[in-house]
Design a protein around this ligand. Structure first.
Ligand code: PLA
Length: 399
């Protein structure tokens, strides 16, 4: 009996499905501003020079042994310094439970499973909108989801008042998912003062903040600056969780290198939490992949390679910032009747254009431009070669 006969085809992933459609399109004019993967000004994927150099140093010397269930200790150590600070007292006091994860997705999922196992009646507040996969992750971890106001469509900015109301009205001790920087898909981040108010209110309510930091360094070009929200929460004495990823800021997409950390009250608790995170990993994938972790620890463990990385991540961020200006200026030069200032006010990989799904469909059908139906444009796909074509098409479908 074929028990699988009732299995239905899965719906296309709203983000990865766009790439499939792009690849299938034979048009020479096609433009992919869908998936958030960096491209250089020739529209080509980039492998950073610091990564190539790390690989040269590793080549031939790397063993194929299992990593511990918690992954590479060296990579995790270096990764915690990025999030918590080089001289973090939390690192010194060994209060952070941390394990290598399968990139940012894996870190979020491991946390969601940990939350379900050790806070079984809890739920999580997720911003509207958010990265589409967040909903899948906490759904499959069987953690009920609530939403909190985030994006303000009229102003194309942050709905701060409504966000604060939601923080205040949620039951004490609720879990809140926060994007540390470069909010996906809106590109709208709270200001430093707004972060301080959010941190204060979350502390008053005893909520648990979980930061998804998938773009550290990619937003402003400076990893320290992009960690500002996390540092504010740490100064305010929160216990926090953080999902980190090297997919975008080190271009290690397919290597699946990330880290999950939970700040505990003391070393004893951190040891206990880490052991439970390992218990969750063991039946899922047992232990994480070795190569990408070795690339990361080689780069971050060598001052020369680390400074090369810092230069390269700034080049990527600056190129995107330059394309924001170019796209806005092209639209204004075309005499578009709409305001496009949000294109340069938003930050990080994405521009939340405000285009409707129907306008997006028109862009794809008539202009072979591929983006997610929520109107999100991955600015990494914009180049000096296609920005004029893109602006013209956007102007045509929105005027
Ligand atoms: C907010 C956020 N968290 C986590 C991840 C996970 O990335 P990782 O597992 O590869 O480290 C992404 C990637 N979002 C991308 C860039 C790709 C995707 O959808 O998976 C996006 O296009 O939104 C993200 O945008």
């Amino acid at each position: 009996s074929s028990w699988w006969r009732s299995v239905e085809p899965a719906p296309k992933d709203p983000i990865l499905g766009v790439t499939e459609a792009f690849l299938a399109d034979p048009s020479p004019d096609k433009v992919n501003v869908g998936v958030g993967a960096y491209r250089d000004d020739n529209g080509k994927p980039v492998v950073l020079e610091c990564v190539r150099e790390a690989e040269r140093r590793i080549a031939g010397n790397q063993n194929m042994e299992y990593l511990p269930m918690g992954g590479s200790v060296k990579m995790v150590e270096e990764t915690l310094k990025l999030a918590y600070g080089e001289d973090s007292e939390f690192i010194k006091d060994k209060r952070i439970a941390a394990v290598q994860a399968l990139s940012g997705t894996g870190a979020c999922r491991l946390f969601a499973d940990f939350q379900k196992r050790f806070s079984p009646d809890s739920q999580i507040y997720i911003p509207v909108p958010t990265w589409a996969n967040h909903h899948n992750i906490w759904r499959d971890a069987h953690v009920p989801q609530r939403t909190y106001h985030y994006y303000h469509p009229e102003s194309k900015g942050l709905d701060f008042a409504a966000l604060m109301d939601d923080v205040k009205n949620a039951p004490n001790g609720s879990f809140f998912l926060l994007h540390a920087c470069a909010h996906n898909p809106t590109g709208v981040d709270p200001s430093e003062d707004q972060w301080r108010e959010i941190s204060y209110q979350i502390k008053v309510k005893g909520h648990f903040p979980f930061f998804d930091m998938a773009y550290q360094g990619f937003a402003s070009g400076d990893p320290e600056r992009d960690a500002k929200a996390i540092r504010i929460f740490l100064e305010d004495g929160h216990a926090i969780g953080i999902a980190q990823s090297y997919a975008k800021n080190m271009g290690l997409y397919g290597q699946r290198v990330g880290c999950l950390s939970v700040l505990c009250e003391d070393e004893k608790q951190a040891i206990a939490v880490k052991s439970q995170l390992q218990q969750l990993a063991r039946p899922m994938y047992s232990n994480p992949p070795v190569h990408g972790a070795l690339v990361v620890s080689t780069i971050l463990g060598d001052p020369e390679l680390k400074s090369l990385w810092l230069k390269e991540v700034k080049v990527m961020a600056d190129r995107i910032i330059g394309m924001r200006t170019a796209l806005r200026e092209n639209l204004e030069k075309l005499g578009s009747p709409l305001s496009w200032k949000h294109i340069t006010e938003q930050i990080g990989m994405f521009c939340y254009s405000g285009m409707t799904p129907e306008q997006v469909d028109q862009l794809t059908k008539e202009y072979h431009i591929y983006l997610t139906r929520n109107g999100r444009i991955s600015m990494a796909g914009v180049t000096t070669g296609n920005v004029g074509y893109l602006a013209n098409a956007i102007n045509e479908v929105t005027k």
